[in-house]
Design a protein around this ligand. Structure first.
Ligand SMILES: [Zn+2]
Length: 421
């Protein structure tokens, strides 16, 4: 199947055509396309370049994969990640305690995945509605008691929802603010569905952390935007909304949760908004050269790893990888390591015993790690690096070594005591 993609010629937030290429990356295959042996793999790679809008400062991918292809068999389930479930429980507790939405009122989650965020709201007696274009996940969520519309969020859908269910007291869009190509449609939909004293929460990976900690693993085709506050604040204002609060958290090693209301709503703007805007200003985050430093650092890391892998291969060392994660194809493509990885250890039921996209590397259960004992194991699931190292001490004790990619390329052996992101 040929996958369609388009190259946008304007900024996703402000529509300006004044765009500059700031991080040139190697094209990579779609992260979720694992196939069975014998099944065709089109092996197509797509651009992953980051562009910056010179007018509003928004950093984004401009190459947009056909959404049917990108989302239809998406396998990521929030509920499978324990940390996320706890995080969502905390979010629900905090939203209710801070903003006191009317008992029994409507809570909508845009990009609701398996309903993990809505579940704690439902338990508190709120009406809940999920919206998610991944059809299979939406179907399962509905079956499990969280009504989920298998649709892309559009203004037309928002009007229909409003008519059928009434205005929402809370709307959440966690992660979807990085996943949406049509951000204007998304914001317009939220504005349509939000009640006059409603609150809108969005979570997104934060550009400050991406640049600061060199979070290369967060750059893949589903993450179309890498948000910062300055462009976001102006964007929301253009859609009749006011950013009233923001907090940083450690989800995906660096995210923000922003809170907004309709302009003229009852809540005061919290000092955190001004504080983070000032931080972005100090970092010169809206300047091209700041983002271009990412490329300089990546080049340095690439050279380091290329030197090491050449040495390891000349010594006849075996190399594997850990974690069939969404970030896998990004790391494999950027570091050019696809040909030297013999297998990927992972236990995901939809990936184990399948082949990775592009290089068709076999995925084997993680229980095989100590049996196969590769000399070096690249950690592709970078978010879980700490946990992977901690739970595989046996592999290290026997002489195996893990390799991490960010913020710097590092070899971790049994004696390693340094930090792991
Ligand atoms: Zn812009």
């Amino acid at each position: 199947m040929t996958t369609k993609f388009i190259h946008r010629d304007n900024c996703r937030l402000c529509s300006s055509k004044n765009l500059e290429l700031v991080v040139k990356l190697a094209p990579a295959p779609l992260a979720e396309k694992y196939t069975l042996p014998g099944e065709p793999d089109d092996c197509e790679s797509f651009p992953l370049d980051l562009w910056m809008c010179r007018d509003c400062g928004h950093v984004q991918l401009l190459d947009v994969i056909d959404s049917e292809r990108l989302w239809d068999d998406y396998t990521y389930h929030s509920g499978q990640t324990k940390g996320i479930v706890e995080h969502f429980q905390e979010v629900a507790d905090k939203v209710v305690a801070t903003h006191q939405p009317a008992p029994g009122s409507l809570v909508i989650d845009v990009g609701s995945n398996d309903g993990s965020l809505l579940r704690p709201f439902k338990a508190k007696g709120y009406k809940v509605l999920g919206i998610d274009p991944a059809r299979e996940i939406a179907r399962k969520a509905t079956e499990s008691g969280i009504e989920t519309l298998p649709e892309l969020m559009t203004a037309t859908l928002a009007e229909a929802i409003c008519k059928k269910y009434g205005p929402a007291s809370v709307i959440t869009a966690f992660n979807v603010f990085a996943h949406a190509d049509d951000m204007n449609g998304m914001a317009e939909s939220v504005r349509i569905m939000l009640g006059p004293d409603g609150v809108f929460f969005f979570e997104a990976q934060y550009l400050v952390d991406i640049v600061d900690k060199m979070l290369l693993g967060t750059i893949f085709h589903e993450h179309m935007s890498h948000h910062s506050l300055k462009p976001m604040k102006a964007f929301l204002a253009r859609h009749g909304m006011e950013l009233i609060d923001v907090e940083r958290n450690s989800i995906q090693k660096g995210s923000i949760i922003g809170t907004a209301q309709l302009i003229g709503g009852p809540r005061k703007v919290q000092p955190a908004v001004g504080e983070l805007l000032a931080l972005e200003e100090r970092m010169k985050l809206d300047q091209i050269d700041t983002i271009k430093q990412f490329t300089t650092r990546l080049e340095r890391n690439k050279q380091q790893l290329a030197k090491w892998t050449a040495e390891w291969k000349s010594q006849g060392a075996s190399i594997a990888a850990f974690g069939a994660a969404r970030s896998g194809p990004t790391f494999i493509a950027q570091f050019g390591i696809g040909d030297c990885i013999s297998y990927i250890f992972d236990d995901h039921p939809q990936k184990v015993n399948k082949l990775s996209p592009g290089h068709r590397i076999p995925v084997v259960p993680s229980s095989e790690l100590e049996k196969r004992m590769p000399d070096y194991t690249f950690i592709l699931a970078w978010i879980h690096a700490k946990k992977i190292v901690a739970s595989n001490r046996g592999y290290l004790e026997k002489g195996g070594k893990f390799v991490i990619f960010c913020p710097d390329v590092q070899v971790i052996d049994a004696n390693y005591t340094g930090p792991i992101l």
